[in-house]
Design a protein around this ligand. Structure first.
Ligand code: BG6
Length: 287
């Protein structure tokens, strides 16, 4: 069965051959456009009509089976970070997901659903709503007979005009794991600024985070639910140079603010139980 046609909606959901020859969908909503590669159910573009793309995509990204796409919104599941002998950040981002439905909502937004052909005893569904904002919902239902423990994360790459001028608010007072320094301090800054390699897992926070970008003259708002971890990541100069699928000069133009449940916030579902992680991305012009 050609699973690229059953969910197409003329003028709203259009199947096309994406980068690297991978199957992809273009979404045209009343307020925005988006692209999703089925490889990873990966949102590779979200752009409000007349605006700059909200998501960063690396020009050096690979688009190939078994490789993670660098940019957009990688889905991290069922583990976060490295795991001995297994792919970093889990297998969801390198698996081809099945589209299971699409619809145009009364307000002109377009909603798509995907399902992960899973190796675990779970149904893993992803709902993407493309409108004036982009809403992503990852739902895991334990269909097995034993408890299911996993980490998840929507590893969103945002496009910023210049990271050195970008402010991040919403994390003051939150304890975080600093993966670069190996320490666990508490955020003291009202407005966090990135001035070096930054790789932090903010813990026990359900807070909304704003990215204030005076160069692109916009505020990106990251709202979430079902998430107690917020990851803030920028590889800066040396790590960028070590990453084969990321340009040496791209780090000033990206910032990851990731919503998930990692480390001490890993989720355990009893048989039959379900959990949902939601990230909503919106933007407004700066005055
Ligand atoms: C972040 C991690 O979420 O993802 C970083 O905190 C990691 O440690 C980054 O470097 C990118 O990971 P990957 O596997 O996509 O290169």
């Amino acid at each position: 069965m050609d699973n690229r046609s059953s969910h197409e909606i003329p003028g709203s959901v259009i199947a096309f051959t994406g980068q690297g020859g991978l199957p992809a969908l273009r979404i045209e909503s009343a307020a925005s456009t988006a692209e999703i590669h089925l490889h990873g159910a990966h949102v590779t573009r979200f752009q409000k009509t007349g605006g700059e793309p909200l998501l960063f995509m690396s020009a050096a990204s690979e688009f190939a089976p078994g490789k993670a796409i660098r940019g957009g919104v990688p889905i991290i599941f069922p583990w976060f970070g490295p795991r001995e002998g297994l792919p970093a950040h889990g297998f969801a981002r390198t698996t081809t997901w099945n589209p299971t439905g699409s619809e145009v909502l009364p307000d002109g937004s377009v909603r798509l659903r995907f399902r992960l052909p899973s190796e675990v005893s779970a149904v893993v569904e992803y709902t993407v709503t493309v409108g004036d904002s982009l809403t992503l919902e990852l739902t895991v239902t334990n269909t097995g007979t034993a408890d299911l423990t996993f980490e998840n994360c929507l590893h969103t790459y945002f496009q910023v005009g210049d990271i050195r001028q970008t402010g991040i608010t919403g994390l003051k007072g939150v304890r975080y794991l600093d993966k670069v320094a190996g320490t666990e301090p508490t955020e003291s800054e009202e407005t966090l600024r990135i001035t070096a390699e930054t790789d932090r897992v903010y813990q026990d926070t359900a807070a909304t985070v704003d990215i204030v970008d005076p160069v692109l003259r916009r505020r990106i708002r990251v709202r979430k639910s079902g998430s107690l971890s917020t990851v803030v990541w920028n590889p800066w100069i040396d790590k960028s140079a070590r990453m084969p699928d990321f340009g040496d000069d791209e780090y000033p133009h990206m910032l990851c603010v990731e919503s998930g449940n990692v480390g001490p916030h890993a989720i355990t579902l009893t048989p039959g139980a379900a959990s949902s992680l939601v990230q909503e991305i919106s933007s407004t012009p700066l005055d």
